[in-house]
Write a protein of this length. Structure first.
Length: 149
């Protein structure tokens, strides 16, 4: 399981002409599900996202996590985070899970993240989405449950 996580002051997802999910201060999480991901991968990334200290404390140091600043998470399914570009210029997505498995694990990730006390908004699985965000920093980080980076 892989994620690109951005600290944002606002983010929203639009499908067609309507907003399906939005947050103000918090984390925009682009989540990719691999074909061999399991419950352990979900637990690992839920904990990492929930605990990620990328918000400033009173001294201006990145010492606070999303719950400590009363933020939320907008989780967007993004199989493209699993794209492999080591050969050629067109990414291959052979590591990505099929839609049925990915949808199920995506929903479970969101459920478990919300169960930690983080307000969670979502995109719309398998839809063409327009994601609008105001990156705060900019601060972005990559996470991988297999610790490949």
């Amino acid at each position: 399981m892989r994620a690109v996580v951005e600290r944002v002051s606002h983010a929203e997802v639009r499908v067609e002409d309507g907003v399906v999910g939005s947050i103000d201060r918090g984390l925009l999480v682009y989540l990719g599900i691999a074909s061999d991901d399991t419950a352990e991968d979900i637990a690992y990334l839920v904990n990492k996202v929930r605990s990620l200290r990328v918000f400033n404390d009173d001294d201006g140091k990145l010492n606070r996590n999303v719950t400590e600043v009363n933020g939320g998470c907008l989780v967007v399914s993004a199989f493209t985070t699993l794209g492999d570009t080591r050969r050629g210029n067109r990414p291959t997505y052979v590591a990505a899970a099929d839609a049925e498995k990915a949808g199920s694990l995506y929903q479970e990730f969101c459920r478990q993240l919300a169960a930690t006390g983080v307000p969670v908004a979502t995109g719309q699985f398998r839809a063409k989405m327009a994601v609008h965000s105001i990156n705060d920093g900019p601060i972005c980080t990559l996470m991988d449950s297999r610790k490949q980076f």
